[in-house]
Design a binder for this molecule. Sequence first.
Ligand code: DTR
Ligand code: ZN
Ligand code: ZN
Length: 329
Amino acid sequence: MRAARRTTLTGLALVTAAAGLAALPPDAEAASPAPTLTTAAPDIDVARVQAHLTELNAIASRNGGNRRSTGQGYRDSVAYVKGRLQAAGYTVTEQACTSGCTRGAGPNLIAEWPYGDASKVYMFGAHLDGVSAGPGINDNGSGSATLLEVALKLAETRPSMAARVRFGWWTDEEQGLNGSDFYVRSLTSAQRSAIKAYYNFDMVASPNGGYFINHINSTAAAPMKAYWDSLSLRPEENTEGAGRSDDYSFEAYGIPTSGYAMGASARKTSTQAAKWGGTAGAAYDRCYHSSCDTTTNINATGLNRSADGVAYTLWQQAVSATALNRAPR
Ligand code: DTR
Ligand code: ZN
Ligand code: ZN
């Protein structure tokens, strides 16, 4: 769903590739229109993100009520995300976590959009596992479903790429950031230095949430912040989540990181309630790590603003206005 007031940024970003077009007389252009290239980020339909959440909730229900990394609920979550990506044309890799993970944990899932300069990789990640207590829909179906829908939108849009985009869905985060740590540890130093930024999405639809950005004043965070600033959301630093999610695995190796979050068990201050609405003195997510973290534990407005900002950031970092490096249609 298109958020109000996003026209400012899309208007600025809309670029028609003029190369070759300017020399043509208007009638020749009309007779044989060159393909219009645009760098404007697409709108992400929040209803489609919510449909993925409904699937993840159903997967938990069929598997003892959770999607913990060692259970069938996690393996079915991997199969769901993988199947949707493959149907859209991605080559998807399951990476077994062979050290540092809980015994029996399922794999990480990695998908790269294989166009653009391979020496510049922008990664977008979310943990796909949950805790044992419940279905894990805000934590972290929200981040997982957001990335799935953005990846599908990228494959559908097929823009010209300046850089590579790689998506990661991590296993065993809830037991200590283990899947993402294994992934980064397994890369060569050359592969690590090719990653120009890693963006993390963990709890992006908290019902009483706020608008938090990891390393909000960093270069990597600039497009994330620009998008939420364009909606006048006045985002703040994600202090509650610092060092507590998979971005930390990348940060530990010196890779620039950022991401969105809407908050966990910490309580909203009165200042925050005054600027964002919601209930002062109550947790951002009262169902954090509980059985009530179901599809009803989702703030659709926050989810929509997060998903559109992920797409905006991806397009800013990796999409090009030239006709190069474009997937065939
Ligand atoms: N999502 C949590 C980690 C966490 C704790 N507080 C915050 C705040 C904002 C984002 C994430 C977190 C977990 O995976 O348990
Ligand atoms: Zn989480
Ligand atoms: Zn958690």
